[in-house]
Write a protein that binds this ligand. Structure first.
Ligand SMILES: Cc1cc2nc3c(=O)[nH]c(=O)nc-3n(C[C@H](O)[C@H](O)[C@H](O)COP(=O)(O)OP(=O)(O)OC[C@H]3O[C@@H](n4cnc5c(N)ncnc54)[C@H](O)[C@@H]3O)c2cc1C
Length: 221
């Protein structure tokens, strides 16, 4: 493989960004992940709370499990299983009815296996972000991308105007960083402003390994 980009910034340490970073690093590309949250996981994050009687409680506040019907994804999951990052969930799933304080709507056994992260759903992202060839920077919100024609590189800046370095490839794993919907919802401009000149390459890799999004997209704009 002769990669065009050798140093790539990945924005977001959710499952898309983490899997993408891992795939790039395995192909010899130097990767830096920038994540605005304190830790990895995104919508597969794990939260910690202390109860009134001082007990520590952990819970997954996004996806509780995932399934796969794709052979490539299943091969990847087997690798995660071998590393002890995920396990098949063999118990029932139900919904908790707040009014009756009872579990209802127990799911019948589905066709696909259900997997959960061990000990929490963020375990996969956490492990992937620590793989060789990947540097992970948390608590950093990328605020601007600028293509520097002379340098043949992207210059990244955080929301406070702090320089984050230059990269010859950028992966934005969260479309809301660009989306106009961000403005519709918040009334503010999207956090990621992009300054682009002619003759640039933006590689947008979107790796989504969930049942309702099973597709991988590689676009050259
Ligand atoms: C309550 C809930 C239940 C769900 N249940 C299921 C389920 O049962 N099964 C299933 O398959 N899926 C489920 N999902 C969906 C699943 O969690 C998401 O599809 C998936 O986790 C999205 O991953 P992602 O990496 O694409 O995005 P995200 O997890 O959103 O990751 C994007 C990351 O980018 C970071 N970021 C964004 N902008 C910037 C910036 N400018 N600079 C730095 N960092 C930035 C964000 O902080 C975030 O961590 C559920 C989601 C929720 C919320």
């Amino acid at each position: 493989m002769n990669p065009i980009a050798t140093k790539v910034a990945v924005i977001g340490a959710g499952i898309s960004g983490a899997v993408c970073a891992s795939s790039l690093a395995k192909n010899g590309i130097s990767v830096t992940i920038f994540e605005s949250a304190r830790g990895p996981g995104g919508r597969m994050s794990r939260r910690r709370e202390t109860s009134e009687d001082e007990r520590e409680l952990y819970f997954d506040h996004g996806a509780p499990y995932f399934t796969s019907t794709n052979n490539d994804v299943e091969e990847m999951i087997r690798g995660w299983e071998a590393r002890g990052l995920v396990a098949e969930w063999k118990q029932n799933f139900g919904s908790f009815d707040f009014n009756t304080k009872k579990f209802v709507n127990f799911e019948k056994e589905g066709l696909s296996k259900k997997y959960v992260g061990i000990p929490g759903m963020n375990s996969i992202c956490r492990a992937l972000c620590q793989e060789p060839g990947i540097e992970s920077k948390f608590g950093v919100m990328v605020g601007r991308l600028e293509w520097l024609e002379n340098e043949d590189s992207w210059s990244l800046t955080d929301v406070n105007g702090q320089d984050l370095g230059m990269f010859n490839g950028v992966v934005a794993s969260d479309k809301s960083t660009f989306s106009q919907r961000f403005t519709q919802v918040t009334g503010k401009p999207p956090p990621l402003g992009i300054s682009i000149t002619n003759n640039f390459y933006l590689y947008l890799f979107l790796f989504i390994y969930f049942d309702w999004f099973l597709q991988s997209l590689s676009q050259k704009l």
